[in-house]
Design a binder for this molecule. Structure first.
Ligand code: NAP
Length: 280
């Protein structure tokens, strides 16, 4: 089974669009997403453009604030404080990476945790790991929705997460624990990654190494979610060798067209959740 992230994301956006239309008639207001982009990073510019496009498409208020790369950190922090107070703004996202002279941690911690649609604020990270209600980072949230497309009940499954980044590996681990999986977190110092993967019912690859996971690393019946987006001479590829692994896996996400489209759809979902909580 090829897990169609593009289709699943389109379905999710459709659901969100309907929900926003209902919220509009209840509250006479719609969720608002503000994205801040600092500098000219080409990949970031594309991501932000897509976020704006899809936010508008589902009927949200969408605003992008663009700053030059030499922006003073204080100006950014002051703008975030202003947005924290703005009732029309339900979610704030500062596109990463930021220029080196700006302290990423300070920026993330300035965002009101109730408007933190990326789920990076320490309060949301702590809530997620404590099993409390929280904003969940968009990519891992997308991965778990795709997993649920294949199997509703993941309880007792053995899951291997490759990568331990704050963005992907760590929150993914928490989500799998919440589903009662037995989780092994692997990283660059893991001794025998192949053997770890061979035992897994679920593999989440979030590494950034093209085609790292090979066909003989995966047992029959495993669900494989490929988070990787790697530019190579032959185009964009994932962290999984799709041609090899798709022959043995029970289900696998392609790259592109797997996890990628879910990330933005989940950002919209998080924005709606923030809006609803602010109206309770
Ligand atoms: P990251 O911050 O660079 O983290 C990579 C992780 O992989 C680290 O924990 C690292 O271990 C581990 N690692 C490196 N080499 C390894 C090896 N040989 N064996 C096992 N683990 C190894 O990366 P990231 O931000 O999580 O991104 C991972 C990939 O996902 C990238 O390709 C990125 O482009 C992609 N991505 C996709 C989306 C999407 O929407 N689909 C969103 C974000 C990122 P250490 O901790 O020991 O260094």
């Amino acid at each position: 089974m090829i897990i169609d992230g593009k289709k699943t994301a389109a379905e999710l956006r459709e659901k969100i669009k309907k929900e926003i239309s209902k919220l509009k008639s209840t509250y006479n207001a719609v969720p608002g997403l503000t994205v801040i982009l600092v500098g000219e990073d080409p990949a970031s510019k594309i991501y932000v453009k897509n976020k704006e496009k899809f936010a508008k498409e589902v009927g949200m208020n969408s605003e992008v604030i663009r700053y030059p790369a030499d922006l003073e950190e204080k100006v950014l922090l002051d703008k975030i404080q202003e947005l924290n107070k703005n009732k029309r703004v339900s979610g704030i996202l500062v596109q990463l990476p930021l220029p080196k002279h700006i302290d990423k941690r300070k920026v993330i911690e300035t965002i009101d945790p109730r408007k933190d649609v990326d789920g990076f604020h320490p309060m949301n990270v702590g809530n997620l790991s404590s099993g409390y209600d929280s904003s969940i980072p968009c990519t891992p949230l997308g991965c778990s929705l795709l997993l649920k497309k294949v199997e509703k009940n993941l309880s007792g499954k053995s899951a291997v997460v490759i990568g331990r980044s704050n963005l992907n590996g760590k929150p993914m681990t928490q989500l799998l624990l919440k589903e009662n999986c037995t989780v092994t977190v692997t990283h660059s110092k893991t001794k025998d990654l192949k053997a770890e993967c061979q035992r897994a019912d679920i593999i989440i690859a979030a590494v950034g190494i093209p085609k790292l996971v090979k066909g003989d690393w995966v047992k029959k019946g495993t669900i494989v979610i490929d988070v990787g987006i790697n530019k190579t001479d032959s185009g964009i590829v994932g962290d999984v060798d799709f041609d090899q692994v798709s022959k043995v896996a029970k289900a696998i996400t392609p790259v592109p067209g797997g996890v990628g489209p879910m990330t933005i759809a989940c950002l919209l979902k998080n924005t709606v959740e923030c809006f609803k909580k602010s109206n309770i």
